[in-house]
Design a protein around this ligand. Sequence first.
Ligand code: C2E
Ligand code: MG
Ligand code: MG
Length: 656
Amino acid sequence: MKNSLSKLRLILDTISDGVVVVDHLGMVLYANYAAELLLERGDLIGTSLAIPISPSLERQEINLIRPSGMAWAAFRATPIQWDGVQGYVLVISDITLSKINEKYQLQAAAIFESTREGIMLTDTNKRILMVNLAFSQITGFTEAEVLGKTPSVLSSGRHDLKFYEAMWKVIKETGHWQGEIWNRRKDGYIFPELLSISAVKDTDGNVINYVGVFADISNIKATESKLEYLAHHDPLTGLPNRILLLSRLEHALETVQRNDKLLAVLMIDLDRFKDVNDSYGHLMGDELLQHVAIQLKSRMRSIDTVCRLGGDEFTVLLEEIAQLEDAAFVANDIINTLGEPYLLSNGCEVHIGASVGISLFPTHGDNSEVLLQQADTALYQAKTEGRGRFTYFSEELTKTTRARIQLEARLRQAIERGELRVFYQPQIDVRTGYIIGAEALVRWQDPVRGLIPPLEFIPIAEETGLITSIGNWILKETCLQGQRWINAGLQPLRLAVNLSPRQFLHSDINTIVAEILAETGFPADCLELELTESALMQREREAIDILNRLHATGVSIAIDDFGTGYSSLAYLKLFPLDVLKIDKSFIDDIPRHRDDMEITATIIAMARTLRLKVLAEGVENKEQLAFLLAHGCNLYQGYLFSPPVPAEAFERLLLT
Ligand code: C2E
Ligand code: MG
Ligand code: MG
């Protein structure tokens, strides 16, 4: 019996739970080895345990105060009879570790749920296992909506496959990745986030999960871009500053070089700005600068850059302009606009102005520093010359473009003020000597310069597009006059009007002619339109089509200045022509120059075989006329009979 008892003790000492027997007063009657370890006391027998024991089979948890510190224990008290005494068997286990774990887990869960960063946990196939509250708040997806899915439900499409591949490569190699990434919320809104992904490994080092933690950094980004904006813009006007101008200029130089265009830098300085500042204060000065900024911006194309360099200095970068003069036109427009009076909010009207210096790429320089420097030099020049004007970095450019711009402005006025006149030059039948019609030729009756010949302003009108309104006016004026002559009972006349290439190809000339004929009542078969070969060559198919339609209405078509262009009679057969006008240069040298005489004779002969009427231009003497008569030329015009004259003078010619 004694032997079996000691064996039992031996067994009891091997189990890891503490086993203690106490009497009803709590005195220890037996304790195994594990109990002594747990309670950190030897010789337990005979001592009091100081554990409140309630005799039940319920598991009880207690706090143990031990020399090494607090511990948690759980026990069950089972009543027994021990050597005739009523007692209890306590089986005590150490639950400190699991208690700590439990607490830790509770804390972790609290952190997981309460943190402001979005967290997602995935398995190794990147299937989402759990997400926290912040995840749902940031992305708009509830946990149920993403469980089992991969984080690609958030992808914004802003990163390519390579980006994600590189990201996962880093995670594989280092177990961690952090970076900025654009993701998409459930409502489609794309936002920037700072994301870290970590691989979670078990004790053997195998990856079992991935954890992604991210923060919405839209606000940080917004602040960043605001800072970046402030660094590159003028706070008063919101215009780009010098730093941004330089970078745009560099960039523009690259693109312009590639597509073979021009680029202009306009340096603008306000005239009399200092006066406004000094007399009305800085507040009014600031207001004026803001007004100038708005004016400048509203006049530019979207690709152009308007900058404020500081003070009253502005710069305009004109990208991809087609010709040198474009920059001058813009400069002139700026000068005119800023020259208009402005009413300050204090009720005072101020008159400032602007001077502009222009440099061009590639004419003046090929890098940004040089171009800015030259525009500055040109600006200085403009100011010393008397302000309110523009200057190119080079002298001749300044002169010629200024003259052209002045002329254009005056020509616009001339149209409005009715300073244009139509003169008529008689066209004569070579054989009979009778007037059969006239060519309408425009003149500009300038109050200062007198009569200005068309060659001085038609080319500019052509370039600027003014030719359309000028040309339409001439056409109508001529038809009105022709109808007046018909009404007055004069002999039937054919009136010829010159059409410029632009008028012919870029305005709806068929409609315009039809409308003018209808409005004035002038018969179509009394109207002749003169075109040069070059106008026909530009867009051949279209030209043929337009001419066929004009011709069908009864209008005749003449080829002007024949002999100076391509002069291919065979080519001209493509067009419905009626009259061929031999250029004055061939008539000039008759009868001195044999070659010209031969050419003229040949043109006449060939035109006749093509059934065209031939008219010789610029006939100044009788020898020329005799030659034309001898070779069968039909018509002529020239000083021999009459120069172009006003309508009344032409009437007198008819009556004599
Ligand atoms: P064009 O159509 O070849 O006109 C003939 C030009 O020769 C006219 O010059 C006329 O005055 C000039 N002329 C005529 N006979 C003689 C002569 O015996 N000796 C000399 N030396 N010259 C003579 P104008 O009026 O100065 O016109 C010049 C050019 O301007 C015209 O050449 C035409 O191309 C253009 N033009 C004139 N009026 C108009 C118009 O209304 N519309 C368009 N688009 N162009 C016009
Ligand atoms: Mg003509
Ligand atoms: Mg001519």
